[in-house]
Each structure stands twice: as structure tokens, then as C-alpha cells.
Design a protein around this ligand. Structure first.
Ligand code: SF4
Ligand code: SF4
Length: 423
């Protein structure tokens, strides 16, 4: 049984006392992606449960805080824990007691979180990246800065090439589109592809309310529940005047939006509002599965496709079956899976900013498993995983295309142009 389904969500900070004690069985160690590359007991869920139960938790030292920041919140441990401990919730609750700049590169992580929570600030940063584009081009091809900022594709025409302006008006039968930060600010091609798929594949119009903002997952993961609640309220208000499904093109956003009620357990009115909102949220793969099957899509050329399964979807009640079935329905595309099963990519929201080397070490394990199956293309639906794969595949010179599933489906819809990658 999946962890989120078992625990009924993971957002309201609880204390260790409310749960059965850790059995010290070590089942969580075997599956922890951080422990696989940094073999220290303190980094496992078992180690963290031990620390939380110790007097050290009362006055968390810098070392204590560092240990709790070295967690991807991937959920693999929860999924395997026989005591069904809500480990991510307990880690987030511990972080909520830390100072604002906890863990390594605390300032960098805090600035990134604040930018995500303030759309005008994020817009300004993106536009600054646009202005700096020529200078970025002079950086070496494998420069970390270039790889990160190089993700701002379609830079000079961001305003014109983003979501079509007609989508701002709600019309009967329209599907609400929650873009998330990636499709709105960093990779508008994902947003455009999703809007086109809604029209050309599903026969529905898109409605993209202007007031929406970051889903708030980064704020919650940092233990800033007030900020996470503020962002959630803003998104609920943005979609309050509309009806019908709310589609997301990001698996992590989708899991977090669906868990909004957990943020408001102490407020009956907001809890009801959040439940109504969450009941409308549709995950990308699930939404487009039937329309894609009905359309009989075909890749432009035969291609082996590795589906990167985002942890936020894999360890949610929904699971990752729908995107796989969708890919299996595409002609000339052959889906590949790593022999040992899906692995975390190591992005972990703000984790990759705090611990870039550790993040890349986790990614390399993921890449190794995926590339053993010789894919020509990697697709995923999580914004964080997509950026990690794009950066990591370039750094490691993996020679594989990395696309959001929306962009791949859009390519399958339009026969013109180049093929989707080698087989
Ligand atoms: S959530 Fe993931 S990274 Fe964190 S302790 Fe559990 S398995 Fe390890
Ligand atoms: S799997 Fe659960 S019970 Fe077992 S050691 Fe880990 S946290 Fe404790």
C-alpha cells in the first residue's frame, strides 16, 4: 500500500510521540537514495527517528540541522516502513523549528524559495536571465551556471511565446490549467504544448487564471507552513470562480495540490474549500491517457523511451501507472525500465541547491540504471526531475534527449520536423 494513502497525507506537522516507535528494522536504509551514495546511518530514516527521540532534538545543533536537510523527501522510506511512520512529515516538522537559513547553502535555498513564492520577483529574475543571455553563451558548455540558466529556453520572446492570452478567459467546458513555475516562467514550451494538447488531443479549451502562483511545495518542504498555506489560499482563490478539472503538467505540483486539505486541518471552512479544490486536480498522464489512446499517436521515428518516474507520483495514492500506459499506447515508441526499478533523480526541490554534489551522486545512480536500457529519449512529468535530468544528462554527456511528456506528445501530434531521437 502506498505511504500517502496509508497516512492520509503528510502536511500537518506531528510529533514522534503520536506514532508507534521505530522498530529499528532498517528496511528504510535499503531504499534511501541518499544512503546509497553517502553511507551514514544518521542519514537514513532510522537514524533520523533515533535523533528525533533523543534529547538532541530539543536544541538542534548545526549538525543536527544539516542531517535533516540531507533528505530528499522522496518517500521511499515511508513506502517500505512496516510501522507506517510518516517520515517526511516528521522531517518537515523538525525543519520548521530550525532557523531560516538552516543546512548547507541556507541563503541560496532561502532566496530560491522566496523567489518561487513571489511571482513578480521570479518574473524579474527570469527577465534578468534573458538580458544576460549573450554573456551566458560565453560560458563553457558544461558550466553549472549555464546548464541551470540555459534552461530558460525561448528567452527573448517569453512574454509573447508563453501561454496564449486567450486562455485567461474562462469558457464553459474549459479545463483549468495549473502551470506551476516551470511551464509559466522557465520552460514555456511545456505550457504551450499542454495547451495545444488540450485543444488538439482532448478537444477542450484551456483556462489559465492569472492569479495562480507556486504550489507551495518548496515552502512546505522547508518547514515554512505559513508560507505554504498562503500560497495554497492564493491558488484556491485563483480557481474559485471556475468549475471542472484542474490539470497540472507537473507531477509534484499535482501531488501537492491534491494534498491541500492537509494544510488546513485546523480550519473547517478552508479545509472544505481545499477539499473541493483537491477533488478537481488531475494528473497529466491520467488526464491524457484516453485521448492519446483514441488518437492512436505515433512517434516521428522509432525510439526507445525511458520514463522517469517522479517520486511524488510513484509514492502517492495515484502511482505511476497512467504515464506508463500512455507511453505504451504510442506507436513506434518502446518504453524502457531500469532493471532495478525506478530510482530518485536526486533533485529534491531545494535539496540540489544545498547539496549539489550529493544531488549529482544520486542522479548518477539513476542515470546508470536508465542508460543500461539504451534509451534515445527520457521523458518525465515533474518539473524538478526534468531540470535535473536536463542538467545531469548534459554534465555526464549521456547523449540522450530529455523532454517533458507534454512536448513529446506534441511532437507525436505534428508529423513535420525532425524525429524524436534515435532508437
Ligand atoms: S525521504 Fe527519501 S531521502 Fe529522506 S530519508 Fe526517506 S528515503 Fe531517504
Ligand atoms: S523502516 Fe520504519 S520502523 Fe524500520 S527502521 Fe526505518 S523508520 Fe524504523
Amino acid at each position: 500500500m502506498k505511504a500517502a494513502a496509508r497516512t492520509g497525507g503528510r502536511h500537518a506537522p506531528r510529533t514522534l510521540k503520536e506514532h508507534p516507535s521505530c522498530a529499528w528494522c532498517g528496511a528504510c536504509s535499503v531504499v534511501c537514495p541518499v544512503y546509497r551514495v553517502d553511507v551514514r546511518e544518521s542519514l537514513t530514516a532510522r537514524g533520523k527517528m533515533h535523533l528525533l527521540a533523543s534529547p538532541l532534538a530539543r536544541r538542534p545543533s548545526a549538525t543536527f540541522q544539516d542531517i535533516f536537510s540531507r533528505c530528499l523527501l522522496c518517500g521511499a522510506c515511508e513506502n517500505t516502513c512496516p510501522r507506517q511512520l510518516p517520515i517526511r512529515e516528521l522531517v518537515v516538522a523538525a525543519r520548521s523549528g530550525f532557523s531560516a537559513f538552516y543546512g548547507r547553502h541556507g541563503v541560496r535555498k532561502t532566496l530560491a524559495r522566496l523567489a518561487l513564492s513571489r511571482p513578480p520577483l521570479l518574473d524579474g529574475l527570469v527577465r534578468a536571465g534573458v538580458l544576460l543571455e549573450d554573456r551566458l553563451r560565453s560560458l563553457p558548455a558544461d558550466s553549472g551556471l549555464r546548464l541551470k540558466l540555459g534552461l530558460l529556453e525561448d528567452r527573448p520572446v517569453l512574454a509573447r511565446s508563453g501561454i496564449p492570452s486567450g486562455c485567461r478567459q474562462e469558457r464553459p467546458g474549459a479545463v483549468g490549467y495549473f502551470t506551476g513555475c516551470l511551464a509559466r516562467h522557465l520552460q514555456p514550451a511545456v505550457g504551450r504544448a499542454t495547451v495545444r494538447l488540450l485543444g488538439d488531443l482532448a478537444g477542450r479549451r484551456a483556462f489559465v487564471p492569472a492569479g495562480q502562483c507556486c504550489c507551495g511545495l518548496a515552502a512546505l518542504s522547508a518547514g515554512r507552513s505559513d508560507e505554504a498555506r498562503r500560497l495554497a489560499r492564493r491558488n484556491m482563490e485563483a480557481f474559485a470562480g471556475s468549475q471542472g478539472p484542474i490539470l497540472t503538467s507537473c507531477a509534484s505540483c499535482s501531488a501537492h495540490l491534491a494534498a491541500y486539505p492537509d494544510l488546513f486541518r485546523d480550519d473547517p471552512a478552508l479545509y472544505r474549500q481545499a477539499q473541493a479544490f483537491a477533488g478537481r486536480v488531475r494528473e497529466f498522464g491520467d488526464f491524457f491517457l484516453e485521448p492519446a489512446r483514441a488518437a492512436g499517436l505515433r512517434a516521428r521515428a522509432p525510439v526507445r523511451v525511458h520514463y522517469h518516474d517522479p517520486c511524488h507520483l510513484r509514492f502517492s495514492a495515484r502511482g505511476g501507472a497512467a504515464p506508463r500506459r500512455l507511453l505504451d499506447s504510442i506507436g513506434r515508441a518502446r518504453r524502457t525500465e531500469p532493471e532495478q526499478g525506478p530510482l530518485c533523480c536526486g533533485q529534491g526541490g531545494l535539496f540540489h541547491l544545498g547539496y549539489p554534489e550529493l544531488s549529482m551522486a544520486v542522479f548518477r545512480k539513476c542515470l546508470e540504471g536508465a542508460m543500461a536500457e539504451r534509451p534515445g529519449l527520457v521523458v518525465t512529468t515533474c518539473s524538478g526531475c526534468l531540470m535535473q535530468w536536463q542538467e545531469g544528462a548534459a554534465r555526464e554527456r549521456a547523449g540522450v534527449r530529455v523532454l517533458h511528456l507534454a512536448v513529446f506528445l506534441d511532437e507525436c501530434l505534428s508529423p513535420a520536423g525532425e524525429g524524436s531521437g534515435g532508437s
